[in-house]
Write a protein that binds this ligand. Structure first.
Ligand code: SF4
Length: 474
C-alpha cells in the first residue's frame, strides 16, 4: 500500500491530537455523521426482514472469502470469455505499471476516474500524470479533494471534512470563479463542478474506476453510484480499466443482488443507489455505447497474507459502506485524515494495520475505545473490536507490559494487593495524584495521562459493614 499525503499512520497520535482540537472540523463531522446515521437508521427501520438480508449478505461475503482462489480463476475465465482483458497485480507498483501501460498504449491524454479507494491505495493518479495525461476525479467529493490537493477523508464521502463555504472558496480559487459567494447552495456548487467536468468526459481517452463487486459466474463488474459520473467514465471513453482488490469477487449474480440490497441502505440510507452499472465485457457490435476495450486489474497488495490469518481475514468481508466510520466516536472526533491512510475509521484502522508495514501502523489499533458501535453498525457483522484486540496483541507481542505484569503480581499476592490498595485509599482515593507520580513507567504514564481513573471504592467488607450498620439502624 502506498500513501499520497503528508499525513502518515506513523504520526497517528500527533495527527489525532491536533484534529481533536479543531472545533470547526468537529462541528462539520458531527453534522455529517449524524446526517448519514439518521438516513441509515430510517432506511433500516423500513427494511422488512432486515436481519435475514444482513445474514444473506454476510453469507455471500463469507462464501467469496472461503472460495477466493477458485472464484478469482473463474472470474478470469468468464471475464476473458466476455472480451475483458484480465490483469493480475501482486502489489501497488504492478497495479500502477499495468494501468499506466494501458494509458500509454491507447495514447491517453485525458483520463476520467470514478471514485475508487483502491486506486487511491496504489497512488495511481500521480503515476498516470507522470505519463503526461491529465487525470480528473469525477465524483463530486473526489473532485473537491483533488482540487484541494488532499486525500479523501471518508470511504463514501471523501470531502466530509469540508463545509459548503470551504468548497465555494476552493472553486473561487481553482475554477476561476471570482464572484462565487460563500453562501452558494449545494445545487449551485454541484452545477459548477458538473460544467467543469462535462468537457473532460467528452474529451477522455481512458476511464478508470474501482469495482464494488465482480461476479465470478458472469465475468461482470458491478459499480454503484449516485452521480452518473461512473456511468459516464465507463461509457464515454473508448477504453475502460476497472481496478479491484481481490476480495471484491462474489460467486453469483444472486450473491451480488444480496449485497446490493444491503449496501446502499447501510451507506447512504437509500433502498438502491441511483445508478447500478453491470458491465460484462466491452461494447458489442450492436450496442450504442460503452468502451470498445475493457480491462480488469485484480490487485492483491498484501491481501493474500491477511486471508491466511483465520481471525483477521474477517476484515476482508468489508464492502466499504462507510457506516462504521459514521458510528465511531473516534472518527467523529478526529475525522479521516488523522489516520494517515486512505482507509480511516474502524475498518480503516484494521485494513491499514493489515496492509501497511507494521512499524508504520503500531498506534492505529489503539485508536479505539472498544465501545463496539462499529460492530453493532456493520451490516456484515464484522467484529472490529475483536480484530483490534488481535492487532494489539501483535503489536505488544514479546514486550514487557508493566500494567499487565503489575496486575498479575498483585492479583496473585493477596497481601501485597491489600497493602497497595489500602495505601492508595488512604493517600489518594480518587487517584488524582497518579498521573503526577515521578518516575512512572512510560506505558503507565501515557495510560493515565489520557484517562480519568474512576477512583477507588471502599472495600467490599467495608461496604458490607456499612450496609449492615444501615440496616441495623433502620
Ligand atoms: S466494516 Fe462494515 S460498516 Fe465498516 S465499511 Fe465495512 S461493511 Fe461497512
Amino acid at each position: 500500500m502506498v500513501l499520497t499525503s503528508t499525513f502518515t499512520p506513523r504520526n497517528f497520535r500527533e495527527q489525532s491530537e491536533r484534529a481533536s482540537h479543531d472545533a470547526t472540523l468537529r462541528a462539520v463531522l458531527d453534522h455529517a455523521t449524524r446526517y448519514f446515521m439518521g438516513k441509515r437508521g430510517a432506511a433500516l427501520e423500513a427494511f422488512a426482514d432486515r436481519d435475514t438480508h444482513f445474514a444473506r449478505a454476510r453469507s455471500a461475503r463469507l462464501t467469496a472469502l472461503s472460495r477466493l482462489p477458485d472464484l478469482l480463476e473463474q472470474l478470469e475465465r468468464s471475464a476473458s470469455a466476455a472480451g475483458t482483458k484480465v490483469h493480475w497485480a501482486a502489489d501497488a507498483a504492478e497495479g500502477r505499471a499495468i494501468v499506466t501501460g494501458i494509458a500509454k498504449g491507447c495514447g491517453a491524454k485525458v483520463v476520467v476516474k470514478g471514485k475508487s479507494m483502491v486506486t487511491e491505495e496504489i497512488a495511481l493518479n500521480p503515476a498516470l500524470e507522470a505519463t503526461g495525461a491529465e487525470v480528473w476525479e469525477t465524483d463530486l467529493g473526489e473532485f473537491i479533494v483533488q482540487l484541494a490537493g488532499e486525500p479523501p477523508s471518508h470511504i463514501i464521502a471523501p470531502c466530509i471534512h469540508k463545509s459548503r463555504a470551504d468548497v465555494a472558496a476552493l472553486f473561487r480559487e481553482k475554477l476561476g470563479l471570482a464572484d462565487l459567494s460563500d453562501s452558494a447552495s449545494i445545487p449551485e456548487l454541484t452545477l459548477l463542478a458538473r460544467r467543469a467536468l462535462r468537457e473532460k468526459f467528452l474529451a477522455a481517452d481512458l476511464g478508470v474506476t474501482g469495482v464494488n463487486m465482480a461476479v465470478a459466474e458472469s465475468g461482470s463488474v458491478i459499480l454503484v453510484e449516485n452521480e452518473g459520473n461512473i456511468r459516464m467514465s465507463t461509457t464515454c471513453p473508448p477504453v475502460h480499466v476497472a481496478v479491484m482488490s481481490l476480495e471484491k469477487v462474489v460467486a453469483t449474480l444472486e450473491d451480488a443482488a444480496d449485497l446490493l440490497r444491503v449496501l446502499p441502505r447501510s451507506a447512504t440510507g437509500q433502498k438502491m443507489s441511483s445508478y447500478v452499472s453491470v458491465l460484462t465485457g466491452p461494447r458489442r457490435a450492436d450496442e450504442l455505447d460503452g468502451a470498445r476495450e475493457a480491462h480488469l486489474v485484480i490487485l492483491d497488495n498484501g491481501r493474500s497474507e491477511v486471508l491466511a490469518d483465520p481471525v483477521l481475514r474477517e476484515a476482508l468481508l468489508c464492502f466499504r459502506c462507510g457506516a462504521c466510520l459514521n458510528s465511531c466516536p473516534v472518527y467523529q472526533t478526529i475525522g479521516g485524515h488523522a489516520y494517515g491512510s486512505v482507509y480511516s475509521g474502524p475498518i480503516g484502522a484494521l485494513l491499514s494495520s493489515l496492509l501497511l508495514p507494521a512499524e508504520d501502523t503500531r498506534d492505529l489499533p489503539f485508536g479505539c475505545t472498544m465501545c463496539g458501535a462499529c460492530k453493532k453498525t456493520c451490516p456484515l457483522g464484522i467484529d472490529h473490536p475483536n480484530l483490534m484486540l488481535r492487532l494489539r496483541e501483535r503489536v505488544c507481542a514479546g514486550k514487557p507490559h508493566f500494567i499487565g505484569a503489575a496486575h498479575a503480581f498483585l492479583a496473585s499476592h493477596p497481601l501485597a494487593y491489600r497493602l497497595a490498595v489500602g495505601a492508595a485509599r488512604a493517600v489518594d482515593p480518587r487517584l488524582d495524584l497518579l498521573p503526577r507520580l515521578p518516575g512512572l513507567p512510560s506505558g503507565l504514564a501515557s495510560f493515565v495521562e489520557s484517562r480519568q481513573p474512576p477512583g477507588l471504592k471502599s472495600s467490599f467488607s467495608a461496604q458490607l459493614r456499612a450496609g449492615r450498620k444501615k440496616q441495623g439502624g433502620a
